[in-house]
Design a protein around this ligand. Structure first.
Ligand code: ADP
Ligand code: MG
Length: 249
C-alpha cells in the first residue's frame, strides 16, 4: 500500500501540474476574450448570430474567472501588506462591486462602519475576501432581499467585519462542505470563493465565522488585528504586520 507521505507528495505534484496548466491557459484565454469583445462591436449580425455571440462571450468570461480563481487559490500571489483605513477600504470594494457585479445585485448594500480604524493587510487580499462574501450574499437573496456590512470594535486591538444577508441560508448538511475547494450548490458556481477566503484569512491568523439558518439568512464575519494609529503613516512595517502569518503572501 502507498505510504501517506507518498500520497501527500503525489497530491502536491498534481496540484502543481494543475496550477501550471491554469497558468498556461490564462494568457491565450485573455487574448481570446479581448478579440471576441472587439469582434462583437465590429461585426454586423442577425438576431441568431447575436445570441450565439452572447453565449461565446458569457462562456469565455466564465472560463476566465474560473482560471483566475483557481490560480489565486493554487498559487496565491505574494502579499504586500499596507496599512489600510478600514472604512475607506470597505467602501472602495462596495463601489467596485456595484459597478462590476451589478448583474448579480438585487439591492443596495447597507453599511454601518466604525470610523477611524486601521488594519494591516494586502489590499488585494482584502478585496478578494470581501468581494467573494458579497457575491455569495448577492447570490443568496431573492428580489427585495437585503445585504448589510457592519464593522465593530468589541474586542481590544481587534475589529470584526460582518456581512449579513436575509437570503436562503445554508442547510446543516451543506454547511460542513462550504470550505471544500470546488464544492458548490449553484449551477454556475466554481466552489472556490470560500476556499480563497479561508486561505487568505488563515494567513492573517483569522478565520471565517458562519452563522446561518435555512431561509433565515446568513451572517459571515471575520476579525482583523487593528493597527495602532501611530503606525498608520509608516506604511508597511514589520511591527504593522499581522501577528500570525502562516503563508508568505
Ligand atoms: P460558489 O459561490 O461558487 O458556489 P463558494 O465557495 O463561494 O462557491 O460557496 C460555496 C457554497 O456555500 C455555495 O455554493 C452555497 O451553497 C454556500 N453559501 C456560501 N455563502 C452563502 C450565503 N451567504 N447564503 C447561502 N449559501 C451560501
Ligand atoms: Mg461564491
Amino acid at each position: 500500500m502507498e505510504s501517506h507521505v507518498k500520497q501527500v507528495e503525489k497530491m502536491a505534484y498534481m496540484g502543481e501540474m494543475a496550477a501550471g496548466l491554469a497558468h498556461e491557459i490564462k494568457n491565450p484565454l485573455a487574448s481570446l476574450v479581448g478579440s471576441i469583445q472587439l469582434l462583437k462591436e465590429e461585426l454586423r449580425y442577425d438576431a441568431d448570430h447575436r445570441r450565439l455571440m452572447e453565449i461565446v462571450l458569457r462562456e469565455t468570461d466564465r472560463l476566465s474567472s474560473l482560471v483566475n480563481d483557481f490560480l489565486f487559490f493554487a498559487r496565491p500571489p505574494a502579499g504586500k501588506v499596507e496599512v489600510m483605513h478600514l472604512k475607506e477600504a470597505v467602501e472602495e470594494v462596495i463601489r467596485l462591486f456595484e459597478k462590476d457585479a451589478h448583474h448579480a445585485l438585487r439591492c443596495e448594500i447597507q453599511t454601518d462602519l466604525v470610523g477611524d480604524v486601521w488594519v494591516s493587510m494586502d489590499p488585494t487580499h482584502f478585496r478578494q475576501v470581501l468581494w467573494n462574501l458579497l457575491l455569495n450574499a448577492a447570490e443568496a437573496i431573492p428580489d427585495g432581499g437585503s445585504i448589510r456590512i457592519r464593522t465593530t470594535t468589541g474586542r481590544p486591538n481587534a475589529v470584526r467585519v460582518a456581512i449579513t444577508d436575509n437570503g436562503c441560508g445554508i442547510p446543516a448538511e451543506v454547511l460542513q462542505s462550504i470550505f471544500d475547494p470546488f464544492f458548490t450548490t449553484k449551477s454556475e458556481g466554481t466552489g472556490l470563493g470560500l476556499s480563497i477566503v479561508h486561505r487568505i484569512l488563515e494567513s492573517y491568523g483569522s478565520h471565517l465565522d458562519v452563522r446561518t439558518a435555512e431561509w433565515g439568512g446568513t451572517t459571515v464575519s471575520f476579525e482583523l488585528h487593528r493597527t495602532p494609529p501611530a503606525l498608520k503613516t509608516n506604511g508597511a512595517t514589520a511591527s504593522a504586520s499581522p501577528a500570525k502569518r502562516t503563508h508568505n503572501w
